[in-house]
Design a protein around this ligand. Sequence first.
Ligand code: UDP
Length: 246
Amino acid sequence: MRYQRVLIKLSGQAISGKQDFGFDPEALEHIAEEVLSLHAQGIQISIVIGGGNIFRGNLGAQWGLERAEADNIGMMGTIVNSLMLRGVLTSHSKGQAEVRVMSAIPVNTVAEPFIRLRAIHHLEQGYIVIFAGGTGNPYVTTDYPAAQRAIETRSDALLFAKNRARGIFTADPQKDPAARFYHRMRYNTILRQNLSIVDHSSIILARDHQMPLHLFNFTERGTMLRICQGEDVGTLVADVGEDVLE
Ligand code: UDP
């Protein structure tokens, strides 16, 4: 295995499946199968799940909400998703996988508080750890805590699961037929080209701590396992060599 410990970033859409909002049992089953296939190989796994299937802070203005309040609602959504994911992972593994939710926002009767060293200890025990509540602070999306928690827990890589894209392109391939695909790229290329596939605050944090990022099409079965085994499926973002375009 190339990676022993990974953090998986799932968007809320990974849970809502073909619809934009809510929960889809088939999508949840797919997540459980993909995550548990890594767990079966002894890979240590943590997860940050977004909340876009419930609410996003940037929708606040159209609801007449102050941004910080809207972001709080978004963060609460990530807690709901994390509990759903814990339930599904536990039942699909028939109780074989121990799954813990650690929240940045205190919700003490339903989840543990986030304590960094305890999270690392859980991972060492082979528990799957889900980080809920984002950073606990407004004005960022869950892309940021995905990089933050990956670094904090000394993960080998951050796997950004995408639902529609197979990785990063020079431009939106839906709009620009001349768009080219990056097999590998440096962090600064994303910033310089102003590519919006992952929040730039997250890219900067990953760059400053040299956390490798993989972006890949999550709907394709087995991709995460192939990446952990050493295959470069999708786009790898890391400061090794020059950018490699298809
Ligand atoms: N959020 C926040 N602080 C954080 C993480 C998330 O305020 O540290 C809020 C923000 O409003 C965000 C929402 O939670 O829009 C849901 O997360 P995200 O948009 O990342 O969900 P995804 O697009 O991945 O489904």
